[in-house]
Ligand binder design. Structure first.
Ligand code: FES
Ligand code: FE2
Length: 331
């Protein structure tokens, strides 16, 4: 197995760990790169992200309670407020000074695209810009952050690959698709994403009509698929009538073998179709990927010769090469 989760470089990137709507009046526990983290929304309205361990006797803070933006530890009632600062130690009374070690070590946190993003170390990456997020012609639809029993490298490898479409996506858009993959040229798609452009004749079953806006049996799609290191993939789909459907596929490593997965959709449709109907088809596609990936044991070998590669693997091989270089893995 190729362990990656302790690589220093990965601590400098941003990872979506929760949907914003799930961080309300209770602590939220998440795992990221093998570490437990607690999130809550403090009095000043900002989300606090900190190691999920009380500085006093190491009880998980996430089993505590939040009231008025302050988190109370269940073990001895210490309270933590804005920025993770300890505000009360009940056993010492209100006059005693709070020791510096009582404050939480806050992690870098950002709210973007309806998600809570955490960087466990000193941020060296930026969260990629999705321009449609500020374009009123587009609306954004979020989906749940789900645990997937597969490694983040396998997720990215899968999302960069389209030779699996006619094999894995037989229940959605892939049935009857030509398994032949033409030669792909890789390019820098924009400031953030590197990948390829392609066109495909996609199956357009009844369940896909809300997404494609077409009732034809098949629809022509102009697509781009690209990655932003370490674990983000963006797939854009454009239809003949100018409709665009953009997916940000977010793969967050909870550890070497497990991930959190969520995707965000942006669309320039007329905003009338129920969001639930829009994402139902993408969720069904995701379920097909999940069912496949969860049956593949271990994480993806990062060495050049660890797996056999063919022409259609060029995009995922390029991601793997850059990822291995980023974390200093032998190639
Ligand atoms: S362990 Fe949290 S207050 Fe003691
Ligand atoms: Fe897939």
């Amino acid at each position: 197995m190729t362990s990656f989760m302790h690589a220093e470089a990965l601590r400098t990137a941003w990872y979506p760990v929760a949907e914003l709507t799930t961080v309300t009046d209770a602590p939220v526990a998440v795992r990221l790169l093998g570490e437990s983290i607690v999130l809550w929304r403090a009095t000043d309205g900002a989300i606090v992200a900190a190691p999920d361990q009380c500085p006093h006797r190491q009880a998980p803070l996430s089993i505590g309670t939040v009231a008025d933006g302050e988190l109370t530890c269940v073990y001895h009632g210490w309270r933590f407020g804005d920025g993770g600062r300890c505000t009360a130690v009940p056993s010492s009374g209100s006059d005693a000074a709070i020791p510096p070690a009582a404050h939480l070590k806050q992690l870098a946190v950002q709210e973007r695209y309806g998600l809570v993003w955490v960087c466990p170390g000193e941020p060296a990456f930026a969260i990629p810009t999705i321009a449609p997020d500020t374009d009123p012609a587009f609306r954004r639809i979020n989906t749940p952050v789900e645990p997937w029993t597969t490694s983040a490298p396998r997720l990215v490898d899968n999302f960069m690959d389209f030779s699996h479409f006619p094999w894995v996506h037989t229940g959605t858009f892939g049935a009857g698709q030509d398994p032949f993959v033409p030669k792909l040229d890789l390019e820098q798609l924009d400031d953030d994403f590197f990948g390829y452009r392609y066109e495909v004749e996609a199956n357009n079953p009844d369940e896909a009509v809300a997404v494609s806006g077409s009732e034809e049996e098949t629809v022509h799609r102009w697509m781009t698929t690209g990655f932003a290191l370490p674990f983000l993939v963006r797939s854009t789909i454009r239809y003949a009538d100018g409709l665009e459907h953009i997916l940000l596929l977010c793969c967050t490593p909870t550890d070497d073998l497990n991930s959190l997965f969520t995707f965000v959709v942006w669309r320039n449709d007329d905003h009338t179709v129920d969001p639930a109907e829009i994402i139902a088809f993408d969720l069904a596609i995701g379920a097909e990927d999940k069912a496949m990936l969860e049956r593949v044991p271990g994480t993806l070998p990062l060495s050049r010769t660890g797996v056999a590669n063919v022409q259609s693997d060029k995009p995922s091989v390029e991601w793997r090469r850059r990822f291995a270089a980023l974390i200093g893995a032998d190639q």
